[in-house]
Design a protein around this ligand. Structure first.
Ligand SMILES: Cc1ncc(COP(=O)(O)O)c(C=O)c1O
Length: 431
């Protein structure tokens, strides 16, 4: 049955939500057409809405839930912590335990500071890069999404020339420049001026649909950043602990100067973190830099929240023997290859991107190299595919750019059901 025919209670909640929440949602990306379904229960990779419909979730909490929804070991650990303090506001052992796990796994991390979100981690991480280098300019990637922090909220949407938000003071973005992903020469040209504090990028571009780096690209950026005294920052909010315990830097063998983390390291609770060598991180240390103007400020009420720390530790512990990566990467490969096969036999031009447990579909005949190429995706087909998958009980976001993650509770049957629904779409779709 089509979505609107089976979601009357969700429609009621949506009408109620619209009175108190702008667009009826807490985050614009969740405003599904024609209206969002409202989830009553989330277990593993299955969502049950308030009308009793079930969906297989390939969005898994914005990619944060590598173990799926409500994993037992995380729930048990959180329950154990709850009576000892939900928000302590002083030092406790769990913050050391999470930092130790990050340092043990992430090649570029010697020291860590946690925040409450990936946005905050990017704010503080880039502030640290500016404080450490004494330079103010920053280079990012066109289409790169690093959260809502003003200075990085530039050149996010095609054609990358307009303001990304009303109310965004242009002064906060005037020192930020952007170049296309996978274009080493464009980055080199900028960085050789030696004016940039940092080059920040996602090593695999999540927001554009998991575009992967061409051979030599990340290595080339590493070299030019070293030559020019620019800090190379990998925003691994998505890829950290997703592509490997050491993230994309482990997978591609390129060590950045600083890493931004989030999502998975919170085990389903709010988190962000930035980490780097002790030499860089000590700029935050008030014992070494007692003067405010020399020290980089970082803090926050919920930093080091014990629930996020405990949930993050249990999650990382389950990932460390590597078995989960073998399983989810195998399913990811099966999915990408299955989709390529279906599209190669059908009449709709489409390509598939992604690596490991990630995948995305682009309705165009060329594999995109960068976010600008993704702007050429056929939008009516992209939206029709989303609506078809939703009617088939399969959910991901967004309706205009697919981001799909496979998590440990996904099964071969879930992948087969996704492929079958795609095959049905390819056979029945009339542009
Ligand atoms: C690469 C990347 N960086 C930063 C962020 C922002 O993280 P948060 O939404 O936790 O603020 C996101 C969020 O999706 C992201 O994908």
């Amino acid at each position: 049955m089509v979505f609107a025919g089976k979601t009357s209670r969700s429609k009621e909640l949506y009408d109620r939500a619209c009175k108190v929440l702008p667009a009826g949602v807490s985050y614009g990306i969740r405003a599904l057409p024609p209206y969002p379904f409202f989830v009553e229960e989330a277990q593993g990779v299955k969502l049950r809405d308030v009308d009793g419909n079930e969906y297989t979730d390939f969005w898994v909490g914005h990619g944060a839930l590598i173990l799926g929804h409500s994993p037992k070991r995380v729930i048990d650990a959180v329950k154990k912590q709850l009576p000892y303090g939900t928000h302590i506001g002083f030092s406790h052992e769990h913050e050391i335990e999470l930092a130790e796990r990050i340092v043990a796994n992430v090649p570029s991390a010697e020291q860590v500071r946690c925040c409450a979100s990936g946005t905050e981690a990017n704010l503080y991480g880039t502030r640290l890069a500016r404080g450490y280098t004494g330079r103010m300019k920053m280079l990012k990637i066109q289409g790169g999404w690093h959260g809502g922090y003003d200075s990085l909220h530039k050149a996010v949407s095609y054609p990358y020339t307009k303001s990304e938000s009303a109310g965004l003071n242009p002064k906060t973005t005037e020192d930020t420049d952007a170049v296309p992903y996978n274009d080493l020469e464009a980055a080199k040209k900028r960085l050789k001026t030696r004016e940039y504090a940092c080059m920040i990028l996602e090593p695999v571009m999540g927001a554009a649909g998991f575009l992967t780096p061409e051979p030599g690209y990340l290595q080339g950026l590493r070299e030019v950043c070293t030559q020019t005294g620019t800090l190379l920052i990998f925003d691994e909010v998505i890829t950290g602990f997703r592509l490997a315990p050491g993230g994309a830097q482990e997978l591609y063998g390129v060590k950045p100067d600083m890493t931004i983390l989030g999502k998975i390291i919170g085990g389903g609770f709010p988190i962000g973190a930035f980490c780097a060598s002790a030499d860089i991180m000590e700029r935050i240390d008030q014992r070494k830099y007692p003067k405010a103007e020399e020290r980089v400020a970082h803090g926050g009420t919920f930093t080091g929240n014990p629930i996020s720390m405990v949930a993050g530790c249990v999650t990382i512990d389950q990932l460390k023997d590597g078995k989960i990566y073998i399983d989810i990467d195998r399913l990811g490969k099966r999915m990408r290859e299955g989709l390529e096969d279906i599209f190669s036999r059908g009449k709709i031009p489409a390509t598939v991107t992604g690596v490991g447990s990630t995948f995305a579909i682009h309705f165009q005949s060329r594999i995109p190299r960068n976010a600008g190429d993704c702007a050429k995706n056929d939008m009516p087909t992209t939206k029709a595919y989303f609506a078809h998958m939703l009617d088939s009980g399969i959910i991901y976001l967004s309706p205009t750019v697919s981001h799909c993650w496979i998590s440990s509770p996904h099964t071969k049957e879930d992948v087969n059901a996704y492929l079958k629904a795609t095959e049905d779409f390819v056979k029945s779709y009339k542009p």
